[in-house]
Write a protein that binds this ligand. Structure first.
Ligand code: ASP
Length: 342
């Protein structure tokens, strides 16, 4: 006899569960009972579904690392009781949270599926119902007794994407997320078709542990023509900033101006770490391809290859929180830890 599958829904907030505030008219989050009332279909699943609701539920613009720790601890505390987890989360910072969780949950062997909605679940044309129902189905999916997708993912519209490869791309369309450097892990049509040769399966079995320390001493600098030295100097000179995600042009290019390279070089010489991430959504940093990135190599800038800014920021913060020595952090930033870069 097949054992009844079980999924824990962790409701953190976001548009999926929002209603219009009668006074201000703005969208504000409400509690999960509203969602289950709006989706009676949930009762038709043969699965055992339980819910944990964060107190208070939040708009995801309010997310900070302590929310990631609460999500991770909720998963850890319930890890043995459930086949999979669905995290209901606002779309605005979902890519950051899914990236962070991928670095935190070491030894993960069960699905953790983030989803949400562009339109509240009480609205007739909502995308929230389909997102929630399919996310639950994916979280519960097993084959030969093992989970089909033992990864942290984002499910939205009809695609299952690796969480740490994903960016929010549309504030308008139902397909709000893309993962430009990795094909979807699954696509939902009449059936859910899993892309098994892309899904990461554990090679060694180890118990789940949570890496829950974050050091937020990180900055992001997006290059643009006309960027002033004072600005670069002020950011790199901010007290305690240990790492910079440098959003460069194209394949990792930056101006060769002497002052710019000097600023970067002296920041690195002083112990800072600079990770080169492209402003392009698709493709990869290839330092050395053009003369305009050769100076960055000499300055000691690391290549983020095709990592997203969201994954780069959360990976840096998590590694800085780990207490590892600088050399080790540089080595770990230069290679994929859980599928976040090619
Ligand atoms: N502002 C909302 C949030 O991120 C948007 C959404 O959920 O789609 O919480």
């Amino acid at each position: 006899m097949e054992i009844r599958r079980s999924v824990l829904i962790i409701y953190t907030g976001g548009t999926i569960g929002m209603v219009n505030d009668p006074v201000s008219g703005a969208l504000v989050p409400i509690d999960f009972r509203h969602i289950s009332d709006q989706v009676p279909e949930l009762r038709r699943f043969g699965f055992s579904l339980e819910t944990v609701t964060f107190e208070p539920v939040i708009d995801s613009s309010e997310v900070s690392p302590d929310v990631w720790v609460r999500i991770a601890r909720t998963i850890e505390d319930n890890y043995d009781r459930f086949d999979g987890f669905v995290v209901l989360h606002g779309t605005d910072t979902m890519a950051y949270s899914a990236s962070a969780l991928s670095f935190m949950l070491r030894g993960l062997e069960k699905p953790v599926i983030f989803t949400g909605a562009q339109l509240p679940i009480g609205v007739l044309r909502t995308d929230g119902k389909e997102n929630l129902i399919t996310a639950i189905e994916i979280a519960a999916a097993r084959e030969n007794g093992l989970p089909v997708v033992p990864e942290v993912c984002i499910y939205f519209e009809n695609k299952l994407l690796r969480g740490n490869r994903t960016i929010k791309y549309s504030a308008e369309h139902f397909n709000a997320f893309v993962s430009p450097n990795l094909p979807p892990l699954a696509e939902a049509g009449l059936q859910i078709r899993y892309n098994r040769n892309i899904i990461r399966y554990p090679t060694v079995r180890r118990p789940l542990t949570v890496s829950d320390k974050f050091d937020t001493a990180v900055a992001v600098l997006r290059l643009f023509p006309g960027l002033r030295q004072e600005t670069v100097h002020a950011i790199l000179g901010t007290a305690g900033i240990r790492g910079l995600v440098l959003e460069t042009y194209g394949t990792g290019n930056a101006p060769t101006t002497e002052w710019f390279l000097d600023e970067i070089q002296s920041y690195i010489a002083g112990g800072g770490i600079v990770l080169n991430v492209s402003q392009c959504q698709a493709g990869s940093v290839e330092m050395g391809l053009y003369e305009t990135s050769a100076g960055l190599i000499s300055a000691g800038v690391l290549s983020g290859r095709d990592i997203t800014t969201e994954a780069a920021v959360t990976k840096m913060m998590n590694l800085f929180g780990s207490g590892l020595p600088r050399e080790k952090i540089c080595e770990l930033l230069s290679r994929p830890l859980c599928g976040e870069m090619s």
